[in-house]
Structures are given as structure tokens and as C-alpha cells.
Design a protein around this ligand. Structure first.
Ligand code: DGL
Length: 262
């Protein structure tokens, strides 16, 4: 069966891959983590587009039947490049539009907070889409969080100090919901929730994206109960291999890809 292609700058997108694997049982995944170029959140839109289109092209050539852009920084800056790279026959799902559609339906006319990388927040995509959907938006870049989480600093003093610095002024205290606009952040969702009043709901973006994938793709014939997923990284290190288990579970084995060496 043709796999679903999923990519991110690194292993953060495994939070989305986990939700897609749970929702699309029987569908094999081909994951690409561009660990050689992490973090995307600090790169220019031009460079993010270059990386994203090359990876998407590669996933298409590997036979993927759809592409999930499991990175907010790439979804916000490179979606058209991804669509151009794979052509009209391969559906592309990003992590921003399905979440905005969910928010519009769940909190019509509401006030939404968004945190994400610098590349995501500075692109203004969430702000434009949410405003067009009739919602009020408060957005803030929280650039150190993804690197700290990737480095293993979560549920502890480092992530706690970063959250105190980014959220301690109460910027999101009056919103109805907070979007974790970076696929790394679900790993510290509990800690983020603890920094917000109980009235603020933290949105489960990976589950929403997985629903969007399921809605777009026809039911599989010949689905296996235990499909063989593959996880490629563009720069293999012990620390990524170790970190991947936090994001996906013990079964994961990362393979080195030579995409950038060709
Ligand atoms: N996971 C990426 C995202 O959702 C962010 C990590 C990075 O900066 O590379 O934006």
C-alpha cells in the first residue's frame, strides 16, 4: 500500500504522525524529519520553501499517496511550494487550515490565542485566517520552546522558566482557546495548561489534523493491522533517536536519509 508522507523540521512532527497513525490504522507512514536544518522557526521563508519543496518532491518520488506538512513553520511559509512540488494528484494537508476551521466552528466570534515559532507568527497566516473567519486573535512567538523540547527539556525547570517568561504577563488570560502553533508543543501541553486560567482551552491540533487527513483520503483496501512505518531523518544522531521515543513511543527506529547529500 502507498504510504502517507509526513514531514517536519525534526522530530516534533511525530506528535502529528502519532495522531495520524492512530486515526488511519492500517496506513503505512513515511516520515521525514529534516534534522539537518532544524530549527525551521529561525529560517527565512525562502529557505523554508526550499527545504519543504525538496522534501515533498522526495516523498512523492517514494510513492506517497498524500503529504501531511506536520510543521507550522512550513505550513505557514511553504504550503504553495509543497503543492507545486507534488502536483495536483497528491493531496496535501497542512497543520494550520484544519485547526482554523475547527476554531471557527467551535468558538464562532471568539477570541483565540496562538503561540508558535518566529517563522510561523511572523508569517501572519494564523492571524489572517482567524481574522477572516470572524475571530479575534492574540499571537506571540515563543522561539526557544521548540529547541528546548527537542533537547529533552520538558516537564521540568527549563520549560517551566520559558513558559513563565512567555506567558507570565497573562497575555492569553482572556482568550477562549490557545492554539499550540508548533508541533513540538503538545509534549508540554500540561505545563502550558497550568500557566493559563481554567477558562482557556488548549487545542489538540494533532487530533484535528488527523481528522482532516481521514476526511480527505478514501478508505483503504488491503490495510494491514500492523503497517510498517518508516522514519527518515536527514542527520541521524543518538540524541534524535532517543528523543524520537518521547514523541512516538519505543517502537520507533530512525533511518538516515541521504537527501541532502545527493
Ligand atoms: N515543529 C516545527 C513547527 O511546527 C517547529 C520547530 C522548528 O523551529 O523547527 O513549526
Amino acid at each position: 500500500m502507498r504510504p502517507l508522507g509526513i514531514f517536519d523540521s525534526g522530530i516534533g512532527g511525530l506528535t502529528v504522525a502519532r495522531a495520524v497513525a492512530d486515526r488511519m490504522t492500517g496506513s503505512p507512514l513515511l516520515y521525514f524529519g529534516d534534522t539537518a536544518h532544524l530549527p525551521y522557526g529561525e529560517k527565512s521563508p525562502h529557505l523554508i520553501r526550499h527545504y519543504a519543496s525538496r522534501i515533498s518532491h522526495h516523498l512523492r518520488d517514494e510513492g506517497c499517496r498524500a503529504i501531511v506538512v506536520a510543521c507550522n513553520s512550513a505550513s505557514s511559509n511553504a504550503l504553495e511550494s509543497v503543492r507545486d512540488a507534488v502536483g495536483p494528484d497528491i493531496p496535501v494537508v497542512d497543520v494550520v487550515e484544519p485547526v482554523v476551521a475547527h476554531l471557527r466552528d467551535r468558538w464562532p466570534g471568539g477570541h483565540i490565542g496562538v503561540i508558535g515559532t518566529r517563522a510561523t507568527i511572523e508569517s501572519g497566516l494564523y492571524q489572517r485566517l482567524l481574522t477572516s473567519a470572524g475571530l479575534e486573535v492574540t499571537a506571540r512567538a515563543t522561539p526557544l520552546l521548540a529547541s528546548a523540547i527537542e533537547e529533552g527539556f520538558h516537564q521540568g525547570a527549563v520549560s517551566e522558566a520559558l513558559l513563565a517568561a512567555y506567558l507570565g504577563d497573562g497575555i492569553f488570560d482572556a482568550v477562549d482557546a490557545l492554539v499550540l502553533g508548533c508541533t513540538h508543543y503538545p509534549l508540554i501541553a500540561d505545563q502550558i495548561t497550568a500557566h493559563l486560567p481554567p477558562s482557556v482551552e488548549v487545542v489538540d491540533s494533532p487530533a484535528i489534523v488527523a481528522e482532516a487527513v481521514a476526511a480527505l483520503l478514501p478508505a483503504e483496501t488491503g490495510a494491514s493491522p500492523d503497517p510498517a512505518h518508516r522514519f527518515l531523518v536527514s542527520d541521524w544522531t543518538d540524541s534524535f533517536a532517543h528523543g524520537a521515543r518521547r514523541f512516538f513511543g519505543d517502537a520507533i527506529q530512525l533511518e538516515a536519509s541521504d537527501l541532502w547529500k545527493r
